[in-house]
Write a protein that binds this ligand. Structure first.
Ligand code: UDP
Length: 328
């Protein structure tokens, strides 16, 4: 993949996971072009070693221009809307951007002879789990338009592989967490809905409290269990996936394989910060399964990947460093 003049196009490379992947690829000697519409992405998050182009999945001309200007060897596709709650009230926005937008991207790729793509998928494609840890063979019954939009793209890839020889790996992330070890980039959503930044902000006194959504789940402490995976481990998996596209297409889970409950996570954040967290016990959030954690055997076997951050405290301390020194 590194050979010749070819570059990696990172769609959505100004976002949270995208910006960390861009940096990881550059550190490993790849040449990278970042394209982003900057609706949710941050220009400041894009490493200065990468070329940057403003482009939008729903503007096919802007996509074609990328493939005409650069010699692209493969695409890493992060560009998507990803607010589950919003997807329920604005499904058209989600299907248009995430599904139609990806079709536009595939058109531009295939028109220019580019057949390799690594895609951000999600454990939300599984819906309510029938068993845990969740492996890739688990039935996929997403329970919201966001999850369905990602599943549709996975299915499109499979059809395009058969018909057009597309080479793809869809990475089904569990809960992305943490920030670059040097604190220079990290999570910056607006609005912020994720547990870790909200808990750290509550501990720092920037929010009144963290609301724990549900304490009556069938789990040891009654709160939901999730699999928090460090964003730099995710970034590395994207590079490994790029390097594997030649001989593998399919979908792969990315999680640590360990579950942490909401209450355990808040206690760990208190330990890392040395301060207590104001907590309010609240109702369940609709659509939240009790437990979600990954069987990551496929990622280990197929990609040769293994998570480096397996302790939730180490993930939290990178997130905390980012929260304290955020640039954007
Ligand atoms: N959560 C919570 N309070 C919050 C935000 C999230 O209790 O303010 C819980 C949520 O119900 C879920 C877990 O934290 O069980 C992780 O939620 P997050 O939104 O971070 O990620 P998701 O699992 O939705 O992708």
């Amino acid at each position: 993949m590194k050979e010749g003049n070819k570059q990696i196009l990172v769609m959505g490379g100004a976002g949270y996971i995208g910006s960390h992947t861009v940096r990881h690829l550059l550190d490993r000697g790849y040449r990278v072009v970042v394209a982003d519409n900057l609706i949710y992405g941050h220009r400041e998050a894009v490493d200065t070693r990468a070329a940057f182009e403003k482009a939008d999945l729903l503007e096919p001309e802007s996509l074609k221009a990328l493939f005409e200007k650069y010699v692209i060897g493969a695409v890493v596709h992060f560009a998507a809307f990803a607010y589950v709650g919003e997807s329920v009230v604005k499904p058209a926005k989600y299907y248009r951007n995430n599904v139609v937008g990806t079709l536009n991207l595939l058109d531009a790729m295939l028109e220019h002879g580019v057949k390799k793509i690594v895609f951000s998928s999600t454990c939300a494609t599984y819906g309510e789990p029938r068993y845990t840890p969740i492996d890739e063979k688990h039935a996929q019954n997403p329970i919201n338009p966001y999850g369905r939009s990602k599943l549709m793209v996975e299915q499109i890839f499979s059809d395009y592989e058969r018909a057009y020889g597309l080479q793809y790996i869809a990475l089904r992330y569990f809960n992305a967490a943490g920030a670059a070890e040097d604190g220079s980039i990290g999570e910056a959503h607006d609005p912020e809905t994720h547990l870790i930044p909200l808990a750290l902000q509550a501990i720092a006194g920037k929010r009144d409290c963290i609301r724990v959504f549900g304490t009556d789940y069938d789990t040891p402490d009654g709160s939901c269990i999730r699999d928090y995976i460090h964003v730099e481990d995710l970034a590395e998996a994207h590079r490994l996936a790029l390097e594997k596209l030649e001989d593998y297409s399919g979908c792969i889970n990315l999680g640590t394989g360990c579950g942490t409950s909401v209450l355990e996570l808040i206690h760990a954040a208190e330990e890392v910060c040395g301060k207590s967290c104001p907590v309010e016990l609240a109702e369940r959030r609709p659509g939240d399964p009790a437990r979600l954690y990954a069987n990551n055997a496929a990622a280990r076997a197929i990609l040769g990947w293994q998570p480096r951050h397996t302790d939730i405290r180490s993930i939290l301390s990178t997130a905390r460093q980012w929260e304290q020194h955020r640039r954007f």
